[in-house]
Design a protein around this ligand. Structure first.
Ligand code: SF4
Length: 272
């Protein structure tokens, strides 16, 4: 992308453009009403130990990989994790010591597995940075966990996941918009250096989902990103956020204030 134009070659305009992240686009895709509650109205969400776990594990990895390779040990990785929990006051406000210990040990197990698997001489070229790409009328971006330089000079973007590996990787790949945004935005942050891979690393199981990036795939996905962002913009303009009840309502923080979600769950009780 040359300076002064968006990725479709149109001149960049000076005014501030709407900004979206892939996770916001996904929230809207899952349920526009949920997007309204969480992003537009910014209603508070319920405390989530899983969210705290993710935040603290990411913080530990960021601080640990910021050390020189020779300074990294299993012990200081766990110490960074402990420090992240200590700084995360809201996590303590909402749960018992036993619960915190359980979640902390779960995070430690993920981190030690990571420390054992990672190349001892790994020197990332970027750690936890916000990157974004201009898609014409909108900007889409997010926080990239790690970027490595590959032997051929191209880049690999790593995204850490503390959740479960997808049950249907094929469907996940089809619907995912994060990998193309990270590839596009990271390439822009490195003056157009190509990104050849985006790898989602599932820290609990050690599994990975790798997206191999080429121009045809990127162009196809760019259109999907623009289409998703335009759908969100249209809803924001018209203030029409239709509910989309599904099994996801079970985990939705707003189900108590959403008649459609409640009705769906009442009519189809959880199989769990
Ligand atoms: S309960 Fe279901 S339908 Fe309602 S906002 Fe949440 S996800 Fe959407």
């Amino acid at each position: 992308m040359s300076e002064g134009v968006d990725l479709f070659g149109a001149p960049l305009r000076a005014e501030r453009k709407p900004w979206y992240s892939p996770s916001r686009l996904k929230t809207f895709f899952d349920c526009p009403r949920k997007y309204e509650f969480s992003v537009v109205r910014k209603l508070p969400t319920l405390p989530s130990p899983h969210f705290d776990l993710g935040t603290n594990v990411h913080a530990a990895l960021r601080d640990w990989l910021g050390l020189r390779p020779s300074q990294r040990t299993r012990e200081n990785l766990i110490e960074f994790h402990r420090a992240a929990w200590r700084k995360n006051r809201p996590a303590f406000a909402n749960r018992s010591r036993d619960e915190l210990r359980t979640w902390g040990e779960r995070g430690n197990a993920m981190l030690l597995r990571y420390a054992d698997a990672v190349a001892p001489d790994l020197e990332p070229v970027m750690i936890e940075k916000l990157v974004s790409a201009d898609y014409g009328d909108v900007v889409v971006g997010g926080r990239v966990d790690r970027v490595d330089e590959l032997p051929d000079g191209s880049l690999r973007v790593i995204d850490y996941k503390t959740g479960k590996f997808p049950k249907s990787p094929a469907r996940f790949r089809e619907e995912d918009l994060a990998a193309p945004v990270y590839a596009r935005a990271t390439s822009g942050a490195f003056a157009g250096t190509p990104v050849s891979e985006v790898e989602l690393q599932y820290l609990e199981s050690g599994e990975s989902l790798v997206f191999t990036i080429d121009e045809a795939w990127q162009a196809h996905k760019d259109l999907a990103v623009v289409s998703a962002a335009n759908a969100v913009r249209a809803a924001e303009k018209s203030q029409a956020f239709e509910p989309r009840p599904s099994r996801l309502c079970e985990w939705c923080d707003f189900r108590q204030r959403c008649p459609e979600g409640k009705a769906f769950l009442d009519a189809s009780p959880s199989p769990r």
